[in-house]
Design a protein around this ligand. Structure first.
Ligand code: ATP
Ligand code: FE
Length: 346
């Protein structure tokens, strides 16, 4: 099986060609950070236009790198949601056009399923496994039981950690995306200088909260600026270190709880925040203490990409799952128990 994947649900235009034996023949990602930099966040309309302009180049580049032609493919898989609807529609329309022109089967993929199945692409992890999906828009523990079997154990009740990293960077005048810049600052900082909250740490269950942490950083910044007229580079580094340490502690404690509630032979992370070295190290320790093998995909497959979408398509084809009509949807919960609208077309 060889499948073309197309991804455009947020601010990365991506296309990839992946083979059923888990070989990524090509994975092209064109980011848009420069386009949105002046606005302090992704502007949906700008993102949609950029996807419409770039996606066909991404597909051409992926096919060229893979040394493949459309006629050699077995299917086209495209992100059908959840995400910014203008971007999702750009990808779905392109995929529809390619499918109509070639007669290839078209598979609509849930972006979160793409992230959640990535450990199988990168490490061949067998079902079932437990994972933490942690990104700019999501944070949830999932028991993954099959290509379409996702059980949500708990997650954030407000912001996702990536969003918190991005907001903290913005508060401190650091570059976007905030994850990598805050992580770099934290390396030079003292995590003990400022005491920041660990929301919901002592509550039972796997629910998490990160918006209070972000507000605490805002207050801390304002207090320091009020007292001294500004922040020194060391203040910034110490705030970043304190913030990151709080995120690490919450994620590690809740991972331990998730593994206790739903033991699994493998614990995997995915999503952009899984690129964070301190978070990876802490989660690895927790997983090993619980007797689970720890899997963290390479960084370029942790953040948004189309290889995971192509792979999710391969999983669906291999499992003989009936193709559903493709509907672009801004919201699309993974856990079918929590998703009465799934597949109903509404
Ligand atoms: P979603 O996939 O949930 O719709 P998204 O598109 O924002 O959201 P990703 O591309 O998976 O998700 O991840 C991007 C997020 O990951 C950003 O918020 C970014 O700040 C964060 N991130 C990237 N690298 C790091 C890092 N080293 N440490 C912490 N966070 C990081
Ligand atoms: Fe994503």
């Amino acid at each position: 099986l060889t499948v073309l994947g197309i991804e455009s649900s947020c601010d990365d235009s991506a296309a990839a060609v992946v083979r059923g034996d888990r070989t990524v023949l090509a994975s092209v990602v064109e980011g848009q950070t420069g386009l949105h930099a002046a606005f302090g966040g992704v502007v949906p309309e700008i993102a949609a236009r950029a996807h419409a302009e770039r996606l066909d180049h991404c597909v051409e580049a992926a096919l060229a790198t893979a040394d493949t032609h459309l006629r050699d493919l077995d299917a086209i898989a495209v992100t059908a949601g959840p995400g910014l609807i203008g971007g999702v529609l750009s990808g779905v329309m392109l995929a529809r056009g390619l499918a109509a022109a070639t007669g290839l089967p078209l598979i609509g993929i849930n972006h979160l399923a793409g992230h959640a199945l990535t450990p199988r692409l990168t490490d061949g992890v067998p079902f079932p496994y437990l994972m933490l999906l942690v990104s700019g828009g999501h944070c949830q523990f999932l028991a993954v039981e099959g290509p379409d079997g996702f059980r949500r154990l708990g997650g954030t009740i407000d912001d996702a950690p990536g969003e918190a990293f991005d907001k903290v960077a913005k508060l401190l005048g650091l570059a976007q995306p905030g994850g990598p810049t805050v992580e770099a600052e934290a390396l030079r900082g003292d995590p003990r200088r400022f005491a920041l909250p660990r929301p919901l740490l002592d509550r039972p269950g796997c629910e998490m909260s990160f918006s209070g942490l972000k507000t605490a950083v805002l207050r801390l910044r304002d207090d320091l600026v009020g007292a001294k007229g500004g922040l020194t580079p060391q203040d910034r580094a110490d705030i970043c270190a304190g913030f990151q340490a709080a995120v690490v502690e919450v994620l590690a404690a809740k991972t331990a709880r998730a593994l206790a509630l739903s033991p699994a032979p493998t614990f995997a992370v995915a999503g952009g925040v899984a690129a964070n070295g301190a978070i990876r190290a802490a989660l690895q320790q927790v997983a090993q203490a619980a007797g689970a093998t720890f899997v963290a995909p390479p960084l370029q497959l942790c953040t948004d990409n189309a290889a995971m979408i192509a792979w999710a398509g391969i999983e669906q084809l291999s499992a003989g799952m009936p193709p559903e009509p493709i509907i672009a949807r801004p919201r699309w919960p993974l856990d079918s128990n929590a998703a009465p609208m799934l597949g109903s077309g509404k």
